[in-house]
Design a protein around this ligand. Structure first.
Ligand code: ADP
Ligand code: MG
Ligand code: ZN
Length: 480
């Protein structure tokens, strides 16, 4: 049967050969990865452990009449270790690993992708038990449109994949893993029972997860003395595994640049900032006038944060420019991992964001473009409060926006009438305006501290949260 289908493609000549030869095979005794390489994804590992067990002895499952899912879909944001997990499953089970990326299926000629899929499954069947891994499956597995013409090639490839998945005997020991960060765009046919019916979430790591990931990667570098990985993990809320791996590597590079033979805590602290904001622009020339304005701007953020009870503590303030274009920034770090944001905290956050501009207005009686990023963030948060979090009086718990893809950037689309949209704009404006007024009030009430802290920051360029609090408390003591 399979032979004859090949015959049909004979007329494609080169295309066929091309399609066949580029089905990459990774047949290694081991992928070199095991679950020990994957940190902080305990639920995902647990779910995959069953697949590993199945690959070890499929008979156990066949004897009892149990069928394991043919495919499992790893779903989560980029850089969380989906590819790594798939490799680790192969490593743990000690079976061959066939991997192909969805984008490789997208070829010029109609039919080539489908031929590749056939090829891949034929090879996999020969090597069973084994793992077939399809990375970025969304590139071929998008919902079929129903219109003909536009995406013939992709649909053929997808159809072939569905056929192959139905065609092979699950008990043979071929397990198909796939990864995606756009699960909502996948064709329903892919997700139905018998295909990718097991879905394994691979989320961004929490505090403990981040620390574990940092430790796994830190094993590869030489460390000097005690490194406080907990502190680094706290400062990197929201970072993915890939970013954490990058932080370790940046720290090692920094140690080499400084002519040291091991990595210190300060290397890690600097590399966190490199990954967040880019490298320091040491030779950037900034006029003293602008430098002063930037210092006030940053202290404005920090002071508003410190004077509100619902704000995270200030961790560090710096006015050393970065390659990302940031001229300075204020880092706030929560003591504990946060999963929820209350309305009070959201409002406090918006006030902190307006604090930079408020300081410019208060001290220099002007405003600059330096607040552009703050404005963007404040507006985004205020809008989400109104349209998605049900935190406004006027709209109560009405959903006015939906999230398009929660793993990629979180774009939203409005789901309300034009009239309502206009009211939303008004609501957002009023939230920001009152936050701005609050920030202005805090700063003018604490004008002296604002001046003292800004001078201190101007002198040092970087100050820690402790220095900041010390100055704040000293002043308060005198005032009392
Ligand atoms: P994804 O496929 O989810 O986009 P990858 O698996 O390609 O992410 O991860 C990229 C790199 O990031 C990995 O090679 C690894 O070095 C690191 N990494 C990501 N997640 C983890 C994790 N949970 N534990 C250890 N390292 C991780
Ligand atoms: Mg990947
Ligand atoms: Zn700012």
């Amino acid at each position: 049967m399979k032979k004859r289908r090949y015959g049909l493609f004979g007329s494609f000549g080169n295309a066929m050969a091309f399609g066949k030869s580029s089905a990459k095979i990774y047949v290694k005794a081991q992928t070199g990865r095991t679950f020990a390489d994957v940190a902080g994804q305990d639920e995902a590992k647990e779910a995959l452990a069953e697949i590993v067990d199945f690959l070890h002895c499929p008979e156990k499952y066949a004897d009892i009449g149990a069928k394991l899912p043919k495919g499992a879909l790893l779903v989560g944001p980029p850089g969380t270790g989906k590819t790594l997990l798939a490799q680790a499953v192969a490593g743990e089970a000690d079976v061959p690993f066939f991997s192909i990326s969805g984008s490789e299926f997208v070829e010029m000629f109609v039919g080539v992708g489908a031929a590749k899929v056939r090829d891949l499954f034929r090879q996999a069947a020969e090597k069973a038990p084994c793992i077939v891994f399809i990375d970025e499956i969304d590139t071929i597995g998008k919902k079929r449109s129903g219109q003909s013409g536009s995406s013939d090639e992709r649909e053929q490839t997808l159809n072939q994949l569905l056929t192959e998945m139905d065609g092979f005997d699950g008990n043979k020991g071929v397990v198909i893993l796939a990864a995606t960060n756009r699960p909502d765009s996948l064709d329903a046919a892919l997700l139905r029972p018998g295909r990718f019916d097991r879905r394994i979430p691979v989320e961004l790591p929490d505090l403990a997860g981040r620390e574990a990931i940092l430790r796994v990667h830190a094993k590869k570098v030489k460390l000097s003395g005690d490194i406080d990985f907990g502190a680094i993990a706290r400062a990197t809320a929201g970072a993915s595994g890939a970013e954490l791996a990058n932080i370790i590597n940046e720290a090692a590079l920094r140690a080499v640049r400084s002519g040291r033979s091991s990595v210190e805590q300060s290397d890690f602290e600097e590399s966190v900032e490199v990954v967040i904001a880019g490298y320091q622009r040491k030779n950037a020339v900034i006029s003293p006038k602008e430098k002063e304005l930037i210092a006030y701007h940053e202290i404005g953020h920090a002071l508003v944060a410190a004077m509100q009870k619902d704000s995270a503590p200030v961790h560090k303030i710096t006015i050393i420019p970065r390659t990302s274009g940031a001229l300075g920034y204020t880092m706030q770090v929560d003591e504990n991992e946060r999963f929820l944001l209350s309305k009070e905290e959201a409002l406090a956050k918006i006030a902190v964001l307006t604090g930079g501009r408020s300081a410019e207005e208060l001290v220099f009686n002007t405003c600059t473009t330096g607040a552009a990023n703050d404005i963007e963030k404040a507006t985004k948060l205020a809008r989400a409060m109104v349209t998605r979090y049900g935190m406004s009086e006027r709209f109560d718990m009405t959903a006015l926006e939906t999230l398009n893809n929660r793993y990629l950037g979180g774009d939203t689309s409005l789901v309300c009438s034009a009239e309502t949209a206009a009211m939303v704009d008004e609501e957002v404006r009023s939230i920001i305006k009152s936050a701005h007024e609050k920030a202005l009030k805090i700063l003018s009430d604490n004008r002296e501290k604002l001046h003292e802290l800004a001078q201190y920051l101007l002198d040092r360029e970087t100050i820690t949260g402790e220095e900041f609090t010390a100055i704040l408390d000293k002043k308060a003591a005198i005032a009392v």
